[in-house]
Design a protein around this ligand. Structure first.
Ligand SMILES: N[C@@H](CCC(=O)N[C@@H](CS)C(=O)NCC(=O)O)C(=O)O
Length: 207
């Protein structure tokens, strides 16, 4: 059975849990990272020298990097689904939105999340929150415009392109409602994601 190492409050672990449930993959999960620690231990570092979560073990095969993990799972178990299309252009389109989240949207989202969720009122840096909000508003507006005539980021089909963005959209909508509430296409897409049972992994309290 697939083993997932990582706390379920991590955005990168959420991607893996969400995709496992979309694909009906059986798995066991062990809390690692954050308050649970263990990711600085030699046995964990032997598997994942970054000391980050998630790491998965599939029948002895160890893999880290959440986007790569979900592509591996979709490739191995998802042929009957639309998750990671075989057509090169459709696949590249889904991949593009995954990379865009990692390289472009995630950095400002991290400033918002770390300060508003992880820091106390005394230690949070509201200048960073303001900077993150300004940049993130610009990027989420790009997605909002893109979604004007699309059900999902790649069109009418749910793909891996929706997953990393979907994990972070919940944070954006909850943490910056003033900015998110005018993004009507984004909110409709979020409603469609919430109808997917597997999305429940992304809706647990932020911490
Ligand atoms: N690029 C990596 C990033 C992994 C990462 O930054 N994980 C964070 C949690 S979201 C982590 O391990 N933080 C330390 C901890 O939880 O102890 C991936 O996508 O898997």
């Amino acid at each position: 059975m697939l083993k997932i190492l990582g706390r379920n409050t991590s955005s990168n672990v959420m991607k893996v849990l969400w995709v496992c449930d979309e694909l009906g993959i059986e798995y066991s999960r062990e809390d690692v990272g954050g308050k649970f620690g263990k990711n600085d231990q030699p046995d964990y570092l032997d598997m994942n020298p970054n000391g980050l979560v998630p790491t998965v073990i599939d029948d002895g095969f160890v893999l880290w990097e959440s986007n790569v993990i979900i592509r591996y799972l979709a490739c191995k178990y998802g042929h009957e689904t639309t998750l990671w299309p075989d057509d090169p252009r459709e696949r590249a389109d889904a991949d593009r939105w995954m990379e865009w989240l990692s390289t472009t949207v995630n950095p400002p989202m991290f400033l918002i999340f770390r300060n508003l969720v992880r820091e106390s009122e005394e230690t949070r840096n509201m200048k960073e929150v303001a900077l993150g909000t300004e940049k993130a508003t610009h990027f989420w507006n790009i997605l909002d415009t893109h979604l004007v005539d699309r059900e999902f980021v790649s069109g009418s089909k749910f793909t891996l392109g929706d997953v990393p963005l979907g994990v972070h959209a919940r944070r954006w909508i909850e943490l910056r409602p003033e900015q998110a509430n005018s993004m009507h296409n984004l909110l409709s897409w979020f409603d469609r994601l919430k109808k997917r049972p597997a999305y429940h992994h992304c809706l647990i309290p932020l911490q």
